[in-house]
Write a protein that binds this ligand. Structure first.
Ligand code: CAO
Length: 267
């Protein structure tokens, strides 16, 4: 008979097989592989197939002043009463899902023959997580059925699991749309690479006050310079499937939700 045993030591996985018959016992160690290597290989494969996608880019600036104030108002209370760390991401992920409901083609995938477009029911929104083990892309599943707080809770879990190298294959699998919050590290614009078979990805820049030169100034009714918190967003979409006008309309709708975040209460 055969006995299979798996051993996980730091970053090393050993698959040990004992084989016994009446006369002998044989021991095989058939697999020794670093998890980091597995992740890098997955990244290599997916980035290689990304090269075949004709990317087009679209950028815009969102005024997140209201959202910055809203988060500031409720952040402590959410931590205190729910134990949840509330960043900007849960609002953005939820708003993306609401906008996807109006533009479901952005939540679609091309089949392997590139002949059919499959519209995905669930909004499984992938969030790029920078970890000591490399870049990971877990996804929050079925965001369309979640509240902002549910999303925050799940993002906290995925972030923590990512940092501790504890994400499960199901956490990583089945993403339908992706976001990369590079702005939590820095930067204003990016050119994100689509994660196939998905058809679009957004990169979020750093939320910064518009007094800097890189974003358009905002003015009040009197023409005086207004302090506003601006985030630049950079989209990449698969031009075989997504037209520029669709991307622009989707982005406008998302912008509307994020600039008036109380609307999210209705979802
Ligand atoms: N602009 C300004 N501040 C931001 C911000 C942004 N775009 N994004 C996050 N912040 C703030 C948060 O609000 C938080 O502030 P407080 O401490 O006041 O609450 C702080 O920065 C830390 O946030 P965080 O990173 O812990 O949490 P998050 O939910 O905003 O982001 C995650 C989580 C996983 C997206 C992020 O940590 C990360 O890994 N980003 C990098 C993604 C990446 O590498 N992309 C490149 C992919 S291509 O190689």
């Amino acid at each position: 008979f055969l006995i299979f045993a798996g051993l996980y030591l730091s970053h090393i996985v050993l698959l040990i097989i004992f084989y016994t018959d009446n006369n002998s016992v044989k021991l095989y160690i058939i697999c020794v592989m670093s998890l980091t290597t597995i992740q890098s290989k997955a990244m290599l494969r997916s980035m290689k197939s990304s090269l075949n996608i004709p990317h087009f880019g679209y950028n815009d600036e969102y005024d997140l002043t209201e959202l910055v104030l809203l988060r500031k108002r409720i952040k402590k209370e959410v931590k205190h009463s729910h134990g949840i760390k509330l960043s900007y991401m849960p609002f953005i992920v939820k708003a993306v899902s609401v906008a996807l409901s109006k533009y479901p083609i952005l939540n679609s995938q091309l089949d392997s023959n590139h002949e059919n477009l499959i519209y995905k029911t669930n909004h499984n929104i992938g969030v790029a997580v920078d970890t000591p083990h490399g870049l990971l892309l877990p996804s929050v599943k079925s965001v369309q059925n979640m509240s902002v707080l549910d999303v925050a809770n799940e993002l906290n879990r995925l972030h923590e699991a990512g940092l501790n190298n504890k994400l499960s294959p199901s956490d990583i699998a089945d993403g339908t749309f992706s976001l990369s919050n590079i702005g939590s590290i820095g930067g204003t614009y990016a050119s994100p690479v689509i994660f196939p078979p998905q058809v679009a990805i957004g990169a979020l820049g750093k939320i910064q006050v518009n007094m800097c030169m890189c974003v358009l100034p905002r003015f009040d009714r009197n023409g005086d310079l207004l302090k506003a918190h601006i985030m630049c967003i950079s989209w990449s979409a698969d031009h075989r499937v997504i037209e520029g006008a669709t991307m622009a309309r989707f982005s406008n709708l998302l912008k509307d939700f994020l600039e008036n975040p109380s609307q999210l209460l209705l979802h």
